[in-house]
Design a protein around this ligand. Structure first.
Ligand code: SAH
Length: 236
């Protein structure tokens, strides 16, 4: 756990004992559920700390740390076993966080972890982004949308930008090799009402990443996202 608290401190995210304990329980629950369901390929303890926990926290570099009251808070799209949304919620307890996940068993794990860690102000949305993005309660409702390891940038932009409110920010967590993929999506991003503001390298103990920061500058045309599966099949 020292590796986690030191690594988080290096990202300017101090964790107290309660938060460190929450990470510990989250890690052991992930390991226990992973024996029955395939939630993540990363299971070694040190790797969970670096490649899941610290990598998730590294996205905070591109997000405002003060809680926002204008929209529904932060949406983690395609959260899987909770990354980056749950580490962010543990580290910033006053943020409102929604975790969107298409797989029922992963959504059940997320519900379980939220109860176990007694996290307030986190909701699990079990379903597909292509469908939920047309629900008026969720469309253009979130201050920030984040997503890690879900899809290539043009696909991701079509799934994420419809959820982002005007003036809000969408941050895609990519690997350092992702710059060309991100640049190639700039036209798709514009069609969806976004503007690629910048890319930002992030380093943490044991890893490195690249954040694509997209500002929501115009409304997303109502026809996006297209039907489930189409964004990935025919990327913009
Ligand atoms: N963000 C997590 C999980 C990545 S795996 C991590 O970095 O570890 C991608 C996840 O996105 C899977 O759990 C998959 O079920 C979910 N997903 C993919 N497409 C989706 C969609 N259109 N709507 C909702 N969830 C989706």
């Amino acid at each position: 756990m020292r590796r986690l608290t030191t690594g988080a401190a290096a990202l300017s995210i101090p964790l107290d004992d309660t938060q460190a304990e929450q990470f510990l329980r989250y890690g052991s629950e992930l390991a226990a559920w992973n024996k029955r369901f395939n939630l993540t390929a990363i299971t070694a303890k040190d790797e969970v700390i670096t490649r899941h926990f610290l990598d998730s926290l590294s996205v905070a570099a591109a997000l405002p740390h003060e809680p926002r009251s204008r929209g529904r808070g932060l949406l983690d799209l395609g959260s899987g076993a909770g990354f980056p949304g749950i580490p962010l919620k543990i580290a910033f307890p006053c943020w409102r966080v929604a975790l969107l996940e298409a797989s029922g068993k992963k959504a059940a794990f997320l519900e379980h972890v939220i109860r176990l860690l007694a996290l307030d102000g986190v909701s699990v949305l079990a379903g597909r982004a292509e469908t939920l993005a047309h629900d008026p309660d969720h469309r253009e409702a979130y201050d920030n949308v984040v997503s890690r390891a879900v899809a290539q940038m043009p696909v991701l932009a079509e799934l994420c930008l419809p959820f982002c409110r005007l003036g809000g920010t969408f941050v895609a967590q990519k690997s350092r090799a992702g710059a060309a993929e991100i640049s190639s999506a700039s036209q798709a991003i514009e069609m969806l009402g976004g503007r690629l503001a910048h890319m930002r390298d992030v380093d943490y103990d044991g890893g490195r990443g690249l954040l694509a920061v997209v500002e929501k500058t115009a409304r997303t045309p109502a026809r996006y996202p297209r039907r489930p599966g189409i964004p990935a099949k025919r990327p913009l």
